[in-house]
Design a protein around this ligand. Structure first.
Ligand SMILES: [Zn+2]
Length: 233
């Protein structure tokens, strides 16, 4: 059997340090269940723990594909931040081993968010996704308080993504972002806001291209109607 976790040697795009970082082979992942906010629970290995790469020397971090592919020559602010961390010697020296844990993954995600917020222009969808990872990692540990704490900025950045209207993945499209804004509002009990987003998603011009999203939005909307009926509102 092939090893599910492997160590990849990468070069930091901010400071050129060469280091090893753990990655998961996608072929070994098995989805056990999924939740309406697109959280997937996996058997055995949790890919969220390996989703972000952080340089142990300058602490520049990003989602793996971005870390591997992005060049930073046109992002002087990112380079400046990374240099300052490296020179201060206050960097977190992440272990270059296959073993990792939630605590390490959380630290890596927070660093990736800090850098992502300094990109010009900022990509709100990337930031929203990183916050969702944090919420899900805590949810899997049964920490509902931290789960909600990170869902809040995720919602804020999904709304920014919608307002900006660019870099939206084809798979879920604009209605997918509307649906997520609705679902997170629903999770927070903001039912009126949630219905507004679900109805926007369902009425979207090309919603027929996103049957899955339409189904999810109608389902969630129905849940709210049910909830309100029970409460006698
Ligand atoms: Zn670096």
């Amino acid at each position: 059997m092939t090893e599910p976790i492997w160590l990849k040697e990468v070069k930091c795009p901010a400071c050129d340090a060469v280091f090893k970082t753990p990655r998961v082979k996608p072929s070994v992942l098995k989805v056990k269940s999924s939740e309406p906010d697109f959280h997937k629970v996996y058997e055995d290995i949790n890919p969220l723990l390996y989703a972000v790469t952080v340089c142990p020397e300058c602490n520049y971090g990003a989602r793996n594909d971005e870390f591997d592919d992005k060049t930073l020559e046109y992002h002087p602010e990112i380079l400046k931040m990374a240099r300052a961390i490296k020179e201060s010697k206050k960097n977190i020296d992440f272990p270059q081993t296959k073993e990792t844990d939630v605590e390490t993954a959380v630290k890596k995600h927070l660093l990736a968010i800090m850098f992502a917020k300094h990109y010009k222009p900022e990509d709100p969808l990337t930031i929203a996704g990183l916050y969702m990872h944090l919420a899900w990692m805590y949810r899997e540990q049964g920490n509902n308080e931290k789960d909600r704490e990170y869902l809040k900025p995720a919602l804020e950045y999904y709304i920014k993504t919608f307002e900006k209207g660019s870099h939206i993945p084809e798979k879920i499209g604009v209605p997918g972002i509307m649906y997520l804004a609705g679902e997170l509002n629903r999770m927070f009990g903001n039912y009126n806001e949630a219905v507004l987003w679900f109805s926007r998603a369902v009425k979207y011009d090309q919603i027929s291209n996103f049957p899955n999203i339409e189904h999810l939005a109608r389902d969630a909307w129905e849940k709210i109607t049910e909830e309100k009926r029970k409460e006698g509102k």
